[in-house]
Design a protein around this ligand. Sequence first.
Ligand code: PEP
Ligand code: MN
Length: 221
Amino acid sequence: MKDAGARILRGGAFKPRTSPYSFQGLGIEGLKILKEVGEETGLATVTEVMDQHDVEAIMEHADILQIGARNMQNFPLLVAAGKTRHPVLLKRGPSATIDEFLLSAEYVLSQGNPDVILCERGVHPLDRTYTRNTLDLSAIPVIKEISHLPVVIDPSHATGSWKYVPAMSRAAVAAGADGLLIEVHPDPKQALCDGPQALKPEVFARLMADIRRIAEAIGRV
Ligand code: PEP
Ligand code: MN
């Protein structure tokens, strides 16, 4: 992934699964793996924190704290992340307005942590037949106008289907996104979580080459 151009490694150790019977992540063991791979590859790391009491443990193992869509309005968690100096990757709740999203970011900023990365990951859909959520690409130019914070797009959780990830990634970069959060798995069928939306490494590498051309065309490289 690094050779293909990835800069940050994201892996979930504490997973917010809809069902308590789904794979819940490896917990602390997973964090150790993430840290080890981050050090070995030189990639920065990001992982989700679901509970304010876990912030410290997560900080010891990862460079960036992710606050997921389901916790976008978990105010004690936002405050706890705001008291740290770790950058926070804040995901938009599927039913949150842009103003609600930005006010959640303010909970972190107002505690003195200036480093919030906003992540649009699809909003509640009208139609779930083909995609998991509806990617709100218009959030990119809107947030660019009313906020100074960087915006990244997660086409994987937005579409829920690897086939649509390249098109949405290209569109996001063309629309001015500052980054992409893309799920990759060497053997998606074996993935314990979100396999259907994971790109194979070679598809990711091709996508990165396309994205580089788009970024160049719009003067972003
Ligand atoms: C995730 O990023 O792994 C995740 C669960 O996504 P979201 O919080 O956007 O649903
Ligand atoms: Mn996932």
